[in-house]
Design a protein around this ligand. Structure first.
Ligand code: C2O
Length: 549
């Protein structure tokens, strides 16, 4: 079947947290934007009409885009932005994947308000779930809200090299909830439940810069999927989601009839002194049928401390895949091994950074000391397709071995190790090559847990750990039987993660930190996957309406 939508992107006037009305960029006047519901095997067609004052692209986070590479969406990587007044039709199949994904703007900070859920049901509908059929499903989507204009925030960050400050609130389904000072009663999302019914919560972290803990007072969860990949059922009273990640969890309404807070609080794995970030809590209210007249305030769950890495790591490393017949299994042979450092650094001021007036003082993020800058003249996918890459990108990632040092030691003042350069480099892969990547976090400037996202593929997470990666001691811990499959891995703070994927999707695929602040500073790289032997394993021609720069 074809699932068709029109996304009119334009101004929406909205007031939150007692502020005067703000003009934000939103799809069809909604925050979050419209939910797309499809079944596995369907074709999704979205007509984007850009009536906003900014350039716009939409990324379908977690969709493979096999055969529809031109619909992936990252600005200047697979397409030029759709200019004000312009339009573009995204069309792609949702084949071989099901579960909870989402979509978001992939240009500037605009995904702060341009985002929504993308739900793929099994072909047979809810009765085909490999777990207890829920009575009802609910989307629980987290975001971050700034009172300031987010496009201006990002411009300022680019000009100065100093990341934007923390959000003014976290949100659940677009609303901060009533624990914030001055949050109006209609700014709390309400979920209605019936006693003893089972709910499938489709939990999505659309926040820009913050991993979140999620709890519901007096209720527990059974996790059944993560990043639209089924997991072995996992019982927990707390869910942890990095930006970009999703978790599907069953929750039985088995508490006393009444009202309960559902709450999301930040997980910040930073150095104890910490960068300025908001420790506030977003809430929604779970209300039982017949429980509305309860006069006492809802019960609040006890949330983990903001720096509770043990709780985060336990949840994230305990998930395993539900092995089902016909699903991809872990490739045991590896063609290419890569060791890549991930972290912060500094770079020389770039000519366009007019507000950066001292050399080597602007922040820059990098992978293997290469800080990624998107090209300006044309998209990388167009350059790749027409074999005209000169002046657009080079094929020398990584062009140097990573600087080896004790990544767990505090190197915040080591100027030599922090120094990185800006470039647009790709790593070229043969069609069908199996890649194993070690992602090693560094502790240059800040010790953080980076949510690393790969476009175009899911990957298996073989192992995660702390300290400096050591192949000899890590390899015996690899899960080669039922490793979790994901599109985004929260690389442990002061640690590493090992992932594996098969490059069976030709095209240009971005890999980057899903902290918007880090993405802007260059924490990314790009894979260029060559064509396979047949037309249907090759990159198709661009659609006629592909926007031009
Ligand atoms: Cu959801 Cu390139 O990102």
């Amino acid at each position: 079947a074809i699932v068709e939508h029109t996304f009119n992107v334009g101004n929406l006037s909205i007031s939150q947290l007692c502020q005067p009305d703000r003009i934000i960029t939103a799809v069809n006047g909604q925050l979050p934007g419209p939910t797309i519901r499809a079944s596995e095997g369907d074709t999704v067609v979205v007509h984007l009409v850009n009536e906003s004052p900014y350039g716009m692209t939409i990324h379908w986070h977690g969709i493979f885009q096999r055969g529809s590479q031109w619909a992936d969406g990252p600005a200047m990587v697979t397409q030029c932005p759709v200019q004000t007044g312009g339009n573009y039709t995204y069309s792609f199949n949702v084949t071989g994947q099901e579960g909870t994904l989402w979509w978001h703007a992939h240009f500037s900070f605009l995904r702060a308000t341009v985002y929504g859920a993308l739900i793929i049901l099994p072909r047979g509908g809810a009765k085909a779930y490999p777990f207890t059929k829920p009575d009802k499903e609910e989307i629980v989507m987290f975001g971050e809200w700034w009172n300031a204009n987010v496009f201006d925030l990002q411009q300022m960050a680019l000009l100065t090299g100093i990341p934007a400050g923390p959000a003014d609130a976290y949100t659940i389904n677009g609303k901060p909830g009533d624990l914030y000072n001055c949050s109006a009663p209609n700014q709390t999302h309400m979920f209605e439940v019936r006693k003893n019914e089972t709910y499938l919560l489709r939990i999505i972290n659309a926040a820009l810069n913050t991993p979140l803990f999620f709890k519901v007072a007096n209720h527990t969860f059974t996790v059944v999927a993560a990043d639209a990949c089924y997991t072995t059922p996992y019982k927990t009273n707390v869910v942890v989601v990095g930006p970009g990640q999703t978790v599907d969890a069953l929750m039985v309404a088995d508490a006393t009839v009444g009202r309960y807070y559902m709450a999301a609080s930040p997980y910040d794995s930073g150095i104890p002194s910490g960068p300025a970030f908001s420790k506030t809590v977003a809430t929604a209210v779970l209300e039982y049928a017949g429980g509305a007249n309860t006069t006492s305030p809802p019960a609040l769950p006890q949330l983990p401390e903001f720096n509770d890495t043990d709780t985060a790591h336990r949840f994230l490393s305990n998930l395993t895949a539900l092995v089902l017949p016909g699903k991809p299994t872990m490739p045991l042979a590896v063609d290419t091994r890569m060791f890549v450092t991930v972290g912060m650094g500094v770079a020389d001021c770039q000519p366009e950074q007019t507000l950066c007036n001292r050399s080597r003082t602007m922040f820059a993020s990098s992978m293997n000391n290469a800080s990624f800058v998107p090209p300006r003249s044309t998209s990388m996918l167009e350059a790749h397709y027409s074999n005209a890459t000169a002046g657009v990108y080079t094929r020398d990632f990584p062009d140097q071995p990573p600087i080896l040092f004790d990544y767990t030691a505090d190197a915040s003042n080591n100027a030599t190790m922090q120094y990185t350069t800006k470039s647009t480099k790709v790593r070229t892969l043969r069609y069908n090559e199996t890649v194993e990547m070690v992602l090693q976090n560094t502790r240059l400037i800040a010790k953080e847990s980076h949510p690393m996202h790969l476009h175009g593929f899911n990957f298996f997470v073989l192992a995660q750990g702390f300290g400096n990666y050591n192949q000899t001691t890590a390899a015996p811990q690899f899960n080669l039987v039922n490793p979790q499959e994901r599109n985004t891995v929260l690389v442990p703070t002061g640690g590493w993660a090992v992932i594996r994927f098969i490059a069976d999707n030709p095209g240009i695929w971005y890999m980057h930190c899903h902290f918007e602040a880090h993405l802007d500073l260059g924490l990314g790289m790009v894979f260029e996957v060559q064509d396979g032997p047949t037309p249907d394993t090759s990159l198709p021609a661009p659609p006629k309406d592909l926007p031009q720069c």
